[in-house]
Ligand binder design. Structure first.
Ligand code: AMP
Length: 132
């Protein structure tokens, strides 16, 4: 059965981002703030591909938006914006993505947002066939 994304006891302390936060495995750090960390994706999908994560134990965007403090949420989005500016991605543009759960193919069960930049990213997501 898929883990309940709202069950905080479902947070897996052994996930790769938890291990990065604890310093058990390295990351290519871009920036850090009181509650958040930004580092380059190990398997970049675009010329610039950075992940922003909260340091707190949140499984997903649903968990983070419901359970994180205002300070953590503000810190997260401040750092995300700062990183995009530092990367020079504000012009000509960038995309932020958070995958939540099975349908979005979330692989790492620690909330993160992707910053994609450095190329024309096309329009939105690949269209799916209409259901009949
Ligand atoms: P998602 O499908 O949204 O859960 O994406 C997880 C992302 O984490 C993928 O883009 C992976 O390439 C990335 N990733 C996995 N392990 C590491 C790691 N050790 N350092 C940096 N990025 C990683």
């Amino acid at each position: 059965m898929a883990p309940d994304q709202n069950d905080r006891s479902a947070y897996d302390d052994g996930n790769v981002f938890a291990r990065i936060i604890r310093g058990e495995i390295p990351c290519d750090k871009v920036a850090e703030s009181a509650h958040s960390l930004a580092f380059r994706d190990i398997d970049p999908q675009t010329p610039t591909h950075v992940l922003v994560i909260p340091k707190g134990a949140y499984v997903s965007s649903d968990d983070f938006s419901a359970q994180a403090s205002d300070a953590e949420i503000a810190d997260f989005f401040r750092l995300l914006g700062q990183v995009a500016r530092t990367l020079g991605a504000v012009e000509p543009g960038y995309r932020i993505v958070a995958n939540h759960g099975a349908d979005a193919h979330q692989e790492v069960p620690h909330f993160h947002m992707h910053i994609f930049a450095g190329t024309d990213l096309g329009r939105m997501i690949k269209p799916v066939e209409k259901q009949t």
